[in-house]
Design a protein around this ligand. Structure first.
Ligand SMILES: *Cc1c(COP(=O)(O)O)cnc(C)c1O
Length: 406
């Protein structure tokens, strides 16, 4: 575990890990429970259309989120689209530039104009002070994203939305189980959207949900996710098909049963990373924020290239050669993606975060000894940063790195 620089795989081609360690490898919940729930669905021959498993999943999600209504869907992207449509949004919708593209796509896909806003340089969440400048007479809403499960500045955003008559929605895709000042994510704004995609804390293979305390909004979402149907032979709205299947709900329920264990493992992994990476100049593992509570589903470290001696991208190349599949979430920022291309100068905080953050492997498939080995690699790279940087700048290194761990 104590590496000389020459043992790094960028030099030798021999990776530290035989099997890749990934960011976002799915947590598998209670298998027995999954299979028995699935058998039940087959026995009932009730496979979709609000079957008992979807109903139970919706009740559990609503309970966890502390809200009255949950409509489960086939994924979170469509859930966002449904929330946007059901809330009658029009014109322009303010969204963060630093998010997974689905947040911005959902607005555009509904025929509206996403207006990207720069984010808070520390949290990566919407900066309430900055969104005011983006409000125009055409603005109908703000969609905040609880990045990596860390709740937005919900009170400040709500005050601005109130003052300007805007609807406030939250993309809570990464924040199921999180709390802000003791209150669960789910009940903020007019509605929030969870994702139960395979890579999220709780998964339904693919899945999502709209949660809200507004019964009329919930009723519209529920109708619209099932072709606008509100009763036999009665269609009240234009709609789509965004229903969750019973098979997905079976997985969702089995995954919910494992949730406590996932969170516990994630928290231990995060603390282990914090301890193992302590004291490396230019590398910050952000400390826990006492006002929020989340699932530590993502371990995101910040690299200050000047102090660390290597750029974030160089460190990622070193790690990938070792089969440590660290990722650049969310690179390069939505303002740099083809459909939304906008001037980088207007997004200095998004740019800085997109250039300096690295997401490290965690979840149920990563244990403490993996983390110690990953941290040792990072420490070796930092201690020998000039040799590493010089080597990575050569063509031969680029070839070795691209041939490994991919
Ligand atoms: C995962 C994710 C989504 C998309 O969720 P799906 O269920 O895959 O559609 C949207 N927004 C954010 C912030 C996400 O992390």
């Amino acid at each position: 575990m104590n590496h000389g620089v020459n043992q790094l795989a960028i030099f030798t081609g021999v990776p530290e890990f035989d099997e890749p360690r990934y960011v976002g490898l799915p947590n598998i919940g209670d298998r027995e429970r999954f299979f028995s729930l699935l058998e039940g669905a087959l026995d009932r021959r009730w496979l979709s259309n609000g079957g008992p498993l979807v109903q139970e999943f919706e009740r559990r999600v609503a309970d966890q989120a502390g809200v009255r209504h949950c409509v489960a869907t086939c994924n979170a992207t469509v859930a966002l689209e449904l929330a946007i449509r059901a809330a009658d949004l029009t014109g322009e919708v303010i969204v963060p530039a630093f998010t997974f593209p689905a947040t911005v796509h959902a607005v555009r896909w509904m025929g509206l104009t996403p207006v990207l806003s720069d984010v808070d340089p520390e949290t990566g969440n919407l900066d309430p002070a900055q969104i005011v400048a983006h409000i125009t007479p055409r603005t109908s809403a703000v969609i905040g994203v609880h990045l990596w499960g860390r709740p937005c500045a919900v009170d400040e955003l709500a005050a601005i939305a109130d003052r300007h008559g805007l609807t406030l929605l939250f993309d809570a895709a990464q924040a199921f189980g999180a709390r802000h000042a003791g209150r669960p994510v789910g009940g903020f704004g007019a509605a929030e959207v969870f994702s139960f995609h395979a890579t999220k804390l709780v998964n339904a293979f693919e899945g999502g949900a709209v949660v809200t305390d507004d019964s009329s909004l919930a009723a519209r979402v529920r109708a619209m996710q099932n072709f606008g149907i509100v009763g036999e032979d009665e269609v009240a709205h234009a709609g789509t098909n965004a229903k969750m299947s019973e098979a997905a709900a079976a997985m969702g329920l089995a995954s919910l049963a494992g949730m406590e264990g996932f969170v516990d493992r994630n928290r231990r992994n995060y603390l282990r990373y914090r301890e193992a990476l302590a004291g490396i100049p230019g590398l910050v593992v952000p400390p826990p924020d006492p006002s929020v509570e989340h699932a530590y589903h993502y371990v995101v470290v910040r690299i200050d290239a000047g102090a660390f001696g290597l750029s974030r991208d160089d460190l990622m190349a070193v790690l990938r050669a070792e089969n440590v599949m660290a990722k650049r979430y969310f690179y390069p920022g939505c303002h740099r993606m083809a459909p939304y291309h906008a001037d980088g100068d207007a997004f200095p905080h998004t740019e800085a975060l997109a250039a300096s953050l690295l997401t490290l492997p965690t979840g149920a498939a990563v244990d403490g000894s993996d983390i110690d080995r990953i941290a040792a690699l990072i420490r070796t790279a930092a201690e020998h940063s000039s040799a590493v940087a010089a080597h990575l700048a050569t063509d031969g290194a680029a070839a070795t790195v691209s041939g490994l761990g991919r």
